[in-house]
Design a protein around this ligand. Structure first.
Ligand code: NAI
Length: 302
């Protein structure tokens, strides 16, 4: 173990960098800014950042409208102070000099994530904690690109970040207790409910959801039940808000396949992670779910 004396103390995360201003990164940056953190959002170019910033601004305004219904001037103060907490940048260097935490939310690509963390590791101060928002890659496989395994973990949010209450906080065997506690405290400061999990495929939620979706697909493949009946059964019989096929179409079948294939490659003997012909064929023919207009179901094109 490396020394952890210089790690940001529990409850001491004030300044954070979010890398990747897409769907998840913009949400994480927004919540950070709303909860009083100094946030720098980093993405590839100014155009992407301007789009993210506009989206965040609109979203903060919606939050203010809801939270301060009877008090528009308090709402305006909330909006202004949240916006004042948020910076955008194409380069992390300036913010990295004082950052307590870096949360990475770039595209789901192991080599890219490793490359970014390796670069950041060389310039970040010793105190800075690094974390990935990856859904399906092992945190340990990303962390080994750095020299700070004791100050590395997973912070897995859910879409849409400003709405979903859950934050999965992940530790690798090397994560120090101080780092883990700081991540948990930060989650609370972000007003999320935290759950703890080891660095296992899919952490808690996706480890249960993805095999559940695949088990539903396998049932239909065998001809045991129809897609619609499986969804109806799980909603009315198990109380799930969405059936497994509705959920798969919502998440995106390409994403489900990407996650499953990655796990299958790493754990070929795990029957829960076995590929499915039906899913593969849908993805091969461009049927990705709601976003492409068709998946297991057809959707009205917007
Ligand atoms: P996205 O595609 O919406 O956003 C990715 C962003 O990363 C883009 O803005 C892109 O320009 C940026 N980017 C790419 N290369 C970069 C680089 N070198 N430096 C800085 N920025 C770069 O993707 P999304 O959905 O936000 O996912 C991001 C991460 O969050 C992935 O690891 C994913 O597994 C994870 N995740 C996604 C969830 C979801 O529901 N979409 C839920 C929880 C986690």
């Amino acid at each position: 173990h490396l020394s952890t004396t210089s790690v940001a103390r529990a409850g001491q995360i004030h300044e954070m960098i979010v890398i990747g201003g897409g769907l998840m990164g913009a949400g994480i940056a927004q919540v950070g800014a709303q909860t009083g953190h100094k946030v720098t959002l980093v993405d590839l170019n100014q155009e992407v950042l301007d789009r993210s910033q506009a989206r965040i601004q609109a979203s903060i305004q919606r939050v203010a409208k809801k939270q301060f219904q009877g008090d528009p001037s308090a709402g305006e103060t909330f909006v202004q102070s949240a916006l004042a907490n948020l910076q955008i940048a194409t380069q992390p260097h300036a913010a990295l000099a004082t950052a307590d935490l870096v949360v990475e939310a770039v595209v789901e690509n192991l080599e890219l994530k490793r490359k970014i963390f390796q670069e950041y590791d060389a310039i970040a101060p010793a105190k800075t904690i690094f974390a990935s928002n990856t859904s399906s890659l092992p945190i340990g496989d990303i962390a080994t690109a750095t020299q700070r395994l004791d100050r590395f973990g997973g912070l897995h949010f859910f879409n849409p970040v400003p709405v979903m209450k859950l934050l999965e906080v992940i530790r690798i065997p090397e994560t120090s207790d101080a780092t883990f506690q700081a991540m948990l405290d930060w989650g609370q400061a972000m007003k999320k409910t935290t759950v703890k999990c080891q660095d296992t495929p899919g952490f808690i939620v996706n480890r249960i959801l993805v095999p559940t979706m695949m088990e539903a697909v396998r049932m239909v493949e065998r001809g045991d039940a129809s897609t619609r009946d499986v969804d109806t059964a799980m909603k009315l019989g198990a109380g799930h808000p969405m059936g497994p096929f509705e959920l798969a179409d919502y998440v995106g079948l390409d994403t489900v396949k990407f996650i499953l294939d990655g796990w299958h490659a790493k754990y070929p003997d795990q029957p829960l992670f076995k590929p499915s012909d039906m899913l593969n064929q849908l993805v091969d023919s461009g049927k990705f779910g709601i976003k492409s207009g068709e998946g297991f179901y057809k959707y009205e094109k917007k």
